[in-house]
Design a protein around this ligand. Structure first.
Ligand SMILES: [Fe+2]
Length: 242
């Protein structure tokens, strides 16, 4: 395995009321300069899942330069029959990417027109099939499987979070990438790193938690470094190393 550089963006809500054009442009510039091997976007590309929002989001994402993009929908994208538009414009709500000793699987944790998360038993065999083996295993979904601080009253955790946590622990998943709460955070549970991305580009932030995204470096021997990157300044802060 050679060094793999991943960018993890989330909750970009392109083009709508709270989207910051200035931050949007900065993020594109920063990401393209970093020349990542892969860019993951863990949902909420739009606000209400309308077609014109999807087109804006697609145009924005198309400007990101990388060999691989792995994108899943969020609850906002599944409003107003947006899940069908997601399939139309991004190909699948269940993307899989395998390269350089890494296996990455994205799942749709949203349901039409509600904010709650649900993975569903029907998806478990898909997860099992694609995240078995010896590769470094990454699961991507929009909703958070474990609560995080500074997000007020807890809600929207996938209704089957417990079963999914058990499944991914059994499979030895290494890293889970998610978003939804617009708060960057990191937990480690049963050897799994749960990495939450804040919003990269919108003004919908909690208190003074600034817009950010994650930069992940995975080296041969599985040395993992995770940095939080400020959307406004591009400054990287190391948040985890193993
Ligand atoms: Fe969300």
């Amino acid at each position: 395995m050679t060094r793999v550089k991943l960018i993890h963006l989330s909750d970009i809500h392109v083009g709508r009321q709270y989207f910051s054009d200035e931050l949007g442009e900065k993020v594109i510039r920063q990401v393209n300069q970093m020349k990542p091997s892969c860019v993951v976007i863990s949902g909420d590309l739009t606000d209400d899942g309308y077609y014109h929002e999807y087109l804006d989001a697609k145009n924005y994402i198309d400007r990101i330069e990388t060999e691989n993009k792995l994108i899943v929908p969020g609850n906002h994208d599944s409003r107003n029959a947006g899940d069908a538009l997601f399939d139309e414009l991004f190909g699948t709500r269940y993307p899989v990417c395998a390269r350089k000793g890494i296996k990455m699987v994205g799942i749709d944790s949203s349901e039409p027109d509600i904010d709650d998360g649900h993975i569903g038993r029907v998806s478990y065999p898909f997860i099992r099939e694609n995240l078995s083996g010896e590769d470094f295993k990454i699961l991507v979904l929009h909703h958070h499987l474990i609560p995080i601080p500074d997000t007020g009253r807890e809600r929207n955790i996938p209704v089957d979070a417990g079963d999914v946590l058990k499944l991914i622990a059994e499979l030895g998943v290494n890293l889970v990438l998610c978003g939804h709460k617009h708060v960057p955070w990191l937990w480690v549970l049963n050897g799994i790193v749960f990495l939450y991305a804040g919003t990269a580009t919108t003004l919908r932030i909690k208190a003074h938690i600034e817009q950010s995204y994650n930069y992940i470096e995975l080296d041969p021997g599985r040395a993992l470094k995770i940095y939080r990157v400020s959307s406004a300044t591009g400054q990287k802060k190391l948040v985890y190393k193993i």
